[in-house]
Design a protein around this ligand. Sequence first.
Ligand code: PEP
Ligand code: MN
Length: 338
Amino acid sequence: MIIVLKENPEQKQLDNLVAWLKSMDMEIHYSQYGSTTIMGIIGETSMVDTELIEALDIVESVKRITEPYKNANRKFHPKDTVIEIGPVKLGGGNFAVIAGPCSIESMDQVCSIAEEVKEAGALLYRGGAFKPRTSPYAFQGMRETGIEFLLEAKRRSGLPVVTEVMDVSHLPLFEEVDVIQVGARNMQNFELLKELGKLDKPILLKRGLSSTISEFLMSAEYIMAGGNHKVILCERGIRTFETAMRNTLDLSCIPLIKSLSHLPIIVDPSHATGIASLVKPMSMAAVAAGADGLMIEVHNDPVHALCDGAQSLTPAAFQDVMNAVMQILPLAYKGETK
Ligand code: PEP
Ligand code: MN
């Protein structure tokens, strides 16, 4: 970290700054260019609040030279992380598709879609039991019963399952769930992230609706800082001025995040677009850009789905997407760092 001081800094303020940095075990190197003093700060600078320093009267500017995320940073872990979910591997050249309904609606529904997505080549099964809905009057999910149905679909199909947690207090219900999803709306629920950091279970972390890439990686860092390094990132579209789609799919974040982090990143074209017909082209594009996987919503009867029918594919349409994706996969961008 580099701190540029204003001319003739007040000595007492400077002494306070130096004492504060030293109390955090920072090493300080001074350089003088004319009347400008530059302080080079070496140490665990992720603990230092740059905004606090910037606000000081004696400080002209502050610049980080390393990112504040350590565990998620590729600089310190050059090799791609491979996440193992039962027999499935994701990341480091292992591609996996997660598919299933937005919401679990009944035992029949959840068990039959599982068989169909498995047949089409999905390696992991998704279904929401706790649903984050904009309106409190919309379907909120089947909650505990939904998890039971999902686990039955897991037993029958053999597919590992992914489902979203919305509150720390629900975590005991997730013991047999293979991957715990943190939804976009909870990406910065830091208390939840800290609890998930204590588990030995893969976490699928979705990018917040208005989160920068740096904030996204810092949220992954929260989970990893607690000891759980099994984090899968998921780009699911961000809010922009565009309203023609539900969100704007930020495909450029895939190669960028792969250069910054060793964590696997998948793409959810369903929530990113909100439009079923866009799921195939965006899945193909995501794979071409180097995504480690996809998460796609599939429903047996999208028109009557209790949630997100407009973006849900029929099993037949999902099979068509899988065929297209498998053709693109050998041509996918592999990144500079592999
Ligand atoms: C979901 O995957 O079911 C979901 C609610 O997605 P997001 O958090 O990305 O909106
Ligand atoms: Mn959904």
